[in-house]
Design a protein around this ligand. Structure first.
Ligand code: COA
Length: 260
């Protein structure tokens, strides 16, 4: 598949995927969603890539939403397919990825853009960023998991305030609400995400994958997260990484994890 809506590069175990439709404020059309799925799948399958950073091209937008032009004349049946395909291919896929993925929010993260950032495991934004779910201003609601993930991250009252008012909030309010983990000046956004990724990638990748699974299980109906934690905790004991981590501790050296 041609990945012409993305810029992809990797260095030193960190994959960076940049959504590259700046003239449309990186709006997510179907092609971009499919390309993101492919690019993320490739990096997730590549053992040498330990962390993925997802960002948008330019200093204006991470992603200004789903591409409004594409769904403007849809009926309900088409809307179900659009939302379901998108959730399966990208949003749920990203959330359940075993490789940690950081959203580096470099400007507007609106609608599907904020939904994509919220599906990532962590969010860092630049001080010029503005975040919101403005769908009701178009007479529709978020369809890529926004009503669920925003509520999980900021609580019901704030989620309903943001969604029903269709207002954008700035970077610092986003941080105060817990919607993003930290705010950095625009020029420091990617360097900061890389330094965070460098810290993450020193740790055992299988243990990290287990941690993601255990944390996510808190949000799945009829799944006992404590039980998932026990299962994942026990799984780690069968790994060479665990042997290596413990040996390195006793030998007072840095562990060399191989994901085995
Ligand atoms: N879907 C499709 N195209 C979009 C888009 C989206 N979600 N967001 C921006 N664009 C396009 C604009 O149509 C415009 O294209 P054009 O030059 O061909 O007219 C281009 O990107 C630049 O956007 P523009 O609106 O001119 O920039 P601005 O600086 O005046 O405003 C925003 C920026 C983010 C406030 C504004 O673009 C906006 O409100 N976007 C839609 C946000 C939204 O509702 N997202 C949820 C969608 S469900």
């Amino acid at each position: 598949m041609q990945l012409d809506n993305l810029i992809i590069n990797h260095d030193n175990g960190i994959g960076v995927i940049t959504i590259n439709r700046p003239e449309k404020l990186n709006a997510l059309n179907k092609a971009t969603i499919s390309q993101l799925h492919e690019a993320i799948k490739c990096y997730n399958a590549d053992q040498s890539i330990r962390v993925i950073i997802l960002t948008g091209q330019g200093d204006k937008a991470f992603v200004a939403g789903a591409d409004i032009r594409e769904f403007s004349d849809y009926n309900s049946d088409q809307a179900v397919k659009l939302a379901k395909d998108g959730q399966d291919k990208l949003f749920n896929y990203v959330e359940n990825l075993s490789t940690p993925i950081i959203a580096a929010i470099n400007g507007y993260a609106l609608g599907g853009g904020l939904e994509l950032a919220m599906a990532c495991h962590m969010r860092v934004c630049s001080s010029n960023a503005r975040l919101g779910l403005p769908e009701v201003s178009l007479g529709v609601i978020p369809g890529y998991g926004g009503t669920q993930r925003l509520t999980q991250l900021v609580g019901k009252g704030r989620a309903l305030e943001l969604i029903t008012s269709a207002q954008m909030i700035d970077a610092f309010k986003s941080e105060a609400w817990g919607l993003v983990n930290s705010v950095k000046p625009y020029e420091e956004l990617i360097p900061y995400c890389i330094s965070l990724a460098n810290k993450i990638k020193q740790n055992g990748p299988l243990a990290i994958a287990s941690a993601i699974k255990a944390v996510n299980s808190n949000f799945i109906d009829n799944v006992n997260g404590f039980d998932v934690e026990i299962t994942e905790f026990a799984k780690c004991f069968n790994t060479q990484d665990f042997q290596e981590g413990v040996s390195a501790f006793f030998e007072k050296r840095k562990a060399k994890f191989r994901g085995l």
